[in-house]
Design a protein around this ligand. Sequence first.
Ligand code: PMP
Length: 375
Amino acid sequence: TQNALPGVLSLHAYTPGMPIDELQRRLGIKDVLKLASNENPLGASPAVRKAVAAAAADQNLGLYPDGSGYALKQAIARYHDVQPEQITLGNGSNDILEFLSRIYAGPGRAVMFSDYAFAVYSLATQAQNAEAVIVPAFPADHPTMPFGHDLAAFARVLKTRPDVSLVFIANPNNPTGTWNTPQEIEAFLDTVPPHVIVALDEAYFDYQDVELRSNARAWLDRYPNLLVCRTFSKIYGIAALRVGYSLSHPAVADLLNRVRQPFNNNALALIAAEAALADQDHVRESVELNAAERLRLPPLLQSMGLKILPSQANFLTIDFARNAAPVHQGLLERGIIVRPMASYGLPNFLRVSIGTRSENNRFIDALRDVLGTQR
Ligand code: PMP
């Protein structure tokens, strides 16, 4: 191993949420609830499941998929009113983040992102042996956006770091749920020199209140150095199939295409994503469920004396004001998987995905029980 590049040696592998079957095996029970990976509790729409089943039955699985993703790109282009040449498909949007680091990061280069930003930004940076320029987030006692991205600080730091070639912004951010307004993002974009690529990661786009949603199409026309990243893993409910995409200037998409593996989306995933995009009723239902529960849950948590970070996403990040590991453990013992935040430097916090109403009730009851026994 000593011959591995230093950036790789210093990496800590991404730890995903515990799989359901692992806890089922550990506890010897079937009834496990996972609220740990910000998945859609409604899953894929019936139309998607039908399309995938039909494709699995009818298609010749011996053939490679369409490596250009022609049909899906046409559908995404119509949906966003952009040209298909502006679209790049990824095996999940993580794939796109990695293409970016392969193109723009490397020894002697720097990548900028916020403290408490999505974990893959630092992984992708370190794996390329580039330097991570981590911008301090808003402080814990910030009046409106604790731990949020401070884009004014991004602009200040960027002026002092001509070696930065790539900037990642997660909006809303995971694991905090915090967000930046379109006005803040635009003000930042106006300060960025044209040779710096800004990746705006909108994995949780559809969960935002309407007035906070960006207009990707308009920004792409104005900022040729902007790339907007979206995923089918969250609101579209097909995380299992791994499809994400980016919208960018066609010249940037051309670069992404050069580092992309030839068949990075499998045939069933391409079909599922197309069917998912076509079923906007399912999207609306998922958005409404999440919005209602995102309003209902905070007062219940606050009544237990807990603080919650502001969230425009499909999860809540809860402050236990003490090491949250025992609470995490207590929930596991009750068959509920949530996400510890210690690896993000937030050991007092747990991140909980918003589920269906009855799933959330089960979580709240279990949490009350855990806190009662640990008092
Ligand atoms: N960006 C953010 C901010 C995320 O939270 C996630 C999922 N955890 C992703 C990107 C990647 O999701 P996927 O690869 O499933 O599209």
